[in-house]
Design a protein around this ligand. Sequence first.
Ligand SMILES: [Zn+2]
Length: 106
Amino acid sequence: MSDIDRITKALLLAYIGDIDCTLTNSDCNELTKYITGLKYENIRLQSELKAANEDAERLTKYHIIRGAANECRYCHKYEIGLDDIIHDPDCPYQLHVERIAKEAQS
Ligand SMILES: [Zn+2]
């Protein structure tokens, strides 16, 4: 079962859990259309997320300005040691690193 199928199944179960009625054939047809729409929306969003992740990866790859000290081009924090930089909490590099770590845990 693909990720999309698992997500669709979870959405369907959540949707069915919210309704309290007997489904007619018309209801089933509408539900099928709804699920198909969700599948296409999911594919579109997954594609956009993949593109955004690729952009973030590319932008964070070159986040350091090298000089006497290493400086983050986004939050402008700097240190001699590259790993010693403490980025601002809202630094795009920091946010990207935290998001990737969170994804790795799930
Ligand atoms: Zn930074």
